[in-house]
Design a protein around this ligand. Structure first.
Ligand code: ZN
Length: 158
């Protein structure tokens, strides 16, 4: 039987590291494409989100006492839907990338990140994993809230 990420702190952190790294890369990509579109304001916002994802991850690593985090292969990750929650493909989307679409993509992946952590927090029997997952979920909830604020300011034109 394989150990569940919800029950092992190093396994949990391996997932969190991957998720936050994907999120940071995705925000950097979105920042780049918004720069291309000449939207400096939103490019800056995405750039900040990328930065915060990286800081958050570093902080989590420190507080976990620099325990050895296993290096997992793609098959070893236990994602719902078998896909890293914050890594939805942006391929091909650059050409039709608008501010509204970029915000939707980001919001969608943040919501999936939130669901991932919330699910672990709910299902873990390990108090340390639970605490960290709750904290990560709160962080993701904040990202979702920020993105929703930006989205309200940029409603989809139909
Ligand atoms: Zn996030």
């Amino acid at each position: 039987m394989t150990m569940r990420a919800a029950d092992d702190i190093t396994l949990f952190l391996a997932h969190a590291c991957k998720l936050e790294e994907d999120a940071a890369n995705r925000f950097s990509d979105l920042a780049e494409s918004m720069k291309t579109y000449g939207n400096a304001e939103i490019a800056e916002f995405f750039g900040k989100m990328a930065h915060f994802s990286r800081l958050h991850l570093e902080d989590a690593r420190k507080r976990s006492g620099f325990r050895d985090i296993p290096v997992l292969s793609d098959e070893e990750f236990q994602w719902p839907d078998d896909e890293s929650p914050e890594a939805a493909s942006m391929e091909g989307s650059h050409y039709l990338m608008t501010v509204e679409y970029a915000l939707e993509l980001a919001l969608d992946s943040e919501k999936r990140g939130l669901a991932f952590y919330a699910d672990i927090a709910k299902n873990s029997a390990d108090p340390e994993v639970r605490m960290m997952a709750e904290e990560f979920a709160a962080e993701e909830a904040d990202h979702v809230a920020q993105l929703e604020k930006w989205k309200a300011r940029h409603p989809r034109k139909s």
